[in-house]
Design a protein around this ligand. Structure first.
Ligand code: DX5
Ligand code: ZN
Length: 215
């Protein structure tokens, strides 16, 4: 069963609580929470305090995508803020990805790595046993509303084959430019979780959009 994770990056920042309150009844499975530091990516969003403020409003898992340098510094703050899933970029300044993934698990959260569009699947090969999920970026991180990069589909297929061959339970999550057309392609290629920002939050009927994305 495909999971849909609306990215609140595309929600109205002046009414964030309201957006999160409605996501469950609209059919969302996870809440995707994009953290940007103005260094790893050319944009700044929000951090653990926002997560803490939203936590009491929903029982959906909060899926924190750390687009930051030194991601390990944020494991403890996000644990305290009630995050459920933490993903870190392999391209970030973290030199000890394996250790960082173990630290996320030790903090009681699910852990994963994120690969930018130009990063080959081989970058996560030796990390897979420590990953509950791998997030494949289908746009260059930093902004919502960009177009899906089609080469991502062959990365999804390669990773699906590798996970199958090794008999792992690692989920494949895809993030960026997901709409009903690209969602279908991602699902056919073997994705498990689809992040959707503008598709959901700019839709006249988000419930219907989430239903459409599920295919
Ligand atoms: C991009 C973020 C995405 C973004 C997706 O840097 O990681 O999660 O919100 O937005 P859409 O779905 O509009 O491409
Ligand atoms: Zn994201």
């Amino acid at each position: 069963m495909i999971k849909i994770a609306p990215s609140i990056l595309s929600a109205n920042f002046a009414a964030m609580g309201d957006a999160v309150l409605h996501l469950k009844e609209q059919g969302a499975d996870w809440i995707h929470f994009d953290v940007m530091d103005g260094n790893f990516v050319p944009n700044i969003t929000f951090g653990p305090d926002m997560c803490k403020a939203l936590r009491p409003l929903t029982d959906l898992p909060i899926d924190v995508h750390l687009m930051v340098e030194h991601p390990s510094d944020w494991i403890e703050p996000f644990r305290k803020a009630g995050a459920d899933i933490l993903t870190i970029h392999v391209e970030s300044s973290e030199r000890h990805l394996h250790r960082a993934l173990q630290a996320i698990h030790a903090a009681g959260m699910q852990a994963g790595v994120v690969l930018n569009p130009a990063t080959p699947i081989s970058a996560c090969m030796y990390l897979l046993p420590e990953c509950d999920l791998v997030l494949l970026m289908s746009v260059n991180p930093g902004f919502g509303g960009q177009s899906f990069i089609p080469e991502t589909l062959s990365k999804i297929r390669q990773l699906r084959a590798e996970i199958g061959m090794r008999n792992l339970n690692t989920l494949i999550e895809v993030d960026g430019g997901v709409n009903p057309i690209t969602a279908k392609q991602c699902i056919e290629a073997g994705a498990d979780v689809l992040v959707a920002g503008s598709a959901v939050f700019k839709a006249p009927d988000p419930t219907e959009m989430i239903r459409l994305l599920r295919g």
